[in-house]
Ligand binder design. Structure first.
Ligand SMILES: Cc1cc2nc3c(=O)[nH]c(=O)nc-3n(C[C@H](O)[C@H](O)[C@H](O)COP(=O)(O)OP(=O)(O)OC[C@H]3O[C@@H](n4cnc5c(N)ncnc54)[C@H](O)[C@@H]3O)c2cc1C
Length: 380
């Protein structure tokens, strides 16, 4: 089979390259800057399940992905001898108001019904106290939810594991430092910023937020872009917190304890921003909220402040699969806030589709062709 060109060296592109190479395809991954230069090179790595109520195809897909990630990561760690900092540590969501506790109790039942994978069951417990760690009393005035499905990984370590796995395969080459400025699916040719041309049999566009302008150009005129970027800021603290602490989440604040003694705090969500990569007062406010939630974070040294741009499709769902107008172009982007938990399954779908051997399904609303059809319909 002729070469598969993967554009983008983030979590999506690396998983795509790995799946394609394992399927026997020759792979060239082109990354405009360096592996992890985009949103994937961050510090948080929360693996956040959807609510267990109102079950649908999207929730089932994410559930299956979160369940399967554990063994997929373990296999890669064994192959490479590296750690991805993965732990199914669970997730805690404090309940500040009585009505939230009532809703949470209903969700406990929903999880019993929906959070099952073969013999494995995952739980959504409503509790009065924290299993470990210490939440501020006000935050958890009405108890807390502890779910056993959530978890975390260390994003940069995960990328390093994938990169090391790719390095073991003879049919993969990685080109860093030159972006793709134009894709010509007809002749199967990509033009790089430095003027070099790369021929491809199939192209997988996994360039995060950089995917959208390329998709739009290939669609012909669209009145609205296929997606946009949402800025997020986060910080890494050196704090005396048990690395086994579940991910703590409430009202946009994430606290993620990692294996190496660092605790990540995220994330702002900014639709408008002047500088995509700067950090500012919004991050300071977030850190204050995190300290109120977990008082042991008070006074912890901030070792890194970081910002990145999440790829969000206009249809708000991940955007995956064959482009409707180009047989030899597939899209793999739009993971927005949850890419780390689902990228391996989305990549699997895209590569299966190229090989013509489907093994998993994705929700209809994720399919690139449906995103583009919806954008075209809007303006009829
Ligand atoms: C503050 C913050 C916190 C987050 N927390 C979490 C979390 O806890 N859990 C979670 O699952 N997700 C989280 N996310 C979201 C997650 O980081 C993203 O959804 C994910 O990284 C997107 O991966 P990607 O591979 O699609 O894009 P990216 O990681 O952005 O990778 C795209 C790559 O393509 C390259 N590129 C762009 N254009 C071109 C081109 N033309 N040619 C070649 N290369 C190109 C870029 O340099 C980049 O390296 C967070 C994001 C932010 C900003």
């Amino acid at each position: 089979m002729s070469e598969v060109l993967v554009v983008g060296g983030g979590i999506m592109g690396l998983w795509a390259a790995l799946m394609a190479a394992r399927a026997g395809m020759d792979v060239c991954l082109v990354e405009g800057r360096h592996i992890g230069a985009g949103a994937s090179g961050g510090i948080l790595g929360a693996l956040m399940p959807h609510m267990p109520d109102k079950w649908n195809a999207k929730k089932q897909f994410q559930f299956d992905a979160l369940v399967s990630l554990e063994s997929d990561v373990a296999a890669l760690e064994a192959e490479t001898g590296l750690s991805a900092g993965y732990r199914r540590s669970g997730r805690i969501m404090p309940l500040a108001k009585p009505h939230l506790r009532e809703i949470a109790l209903r969700h406990e039942q929903d999880a019993l019904q929906n959070w099952q994978a073969g013999d494995r069951r995952f739980f959504w417990h409503v509790r009065d106290e924290l299993p470990s760690g210490s939440l501020g009393a006000e935050a958890a005035a009405c108890g807390l939810v502890f779910d056993t499905l959530g978890g975390r990984l260390a994003p940069r370590q995960m990328l390093a594991v994938l990169r090391a796995a790719l390095a073991q395969l003879p049919n993969v080459r990685i080109v860093e430092g030159a972006g793709v400025r134009a894709i010509h699916p007809g002749p199967g040719r990509a033009e790089l910023d430095d003027g070099v041309d790369i021929a491809f049999g199939h192209c997988i566009l996994a360039a995060g937020v950089g995917s959208f302008p390329l998709i739009d150009t290939l669609c012909g005129p669209l009145h609205e872009p296929s997606g946009t970027g949402v800025k997020g800021q986060a910080a890494l603290l050196l704090a005396d917190v048990d690395p086994q602490l579940p991910v703590i989440f409430t009202d946009g604040v994430y606290i993620v304890a990692h294996d190496d003694g660092h605790v990540a705090v995220g994330s702002t969500s900014e639709n408008k921003y002047a500088d995509p990569l700067s950090t500012d007062e919004l991050l300071n406010e977030l850190l204050l909220r995190a300290e109120m939630l977990v008082p042991t974070l008070r006074g912890a040294e901030v070792v890194e402040r970081w910002a990145g741009i999440r790829p969000k499709s206009t249809g708000r769902e991940p955007m995956v699969g064959r482009h409707p107008d180009h047989e030899n172009l597939s899209v793999l982007t739009g993971g927005f806030k949850v890419s780390f938990g689902i990228a391996h399954r989305l990549a699997r779908f895209v590569v299966d589709e190229i090989a013509g051997q489907p093994t998993i399904e994705v929700p209809e609303s994720f399919l690139c062709r449906n995103h583009i059809a919806a954008l075209r319909e809007k303006h009829l």
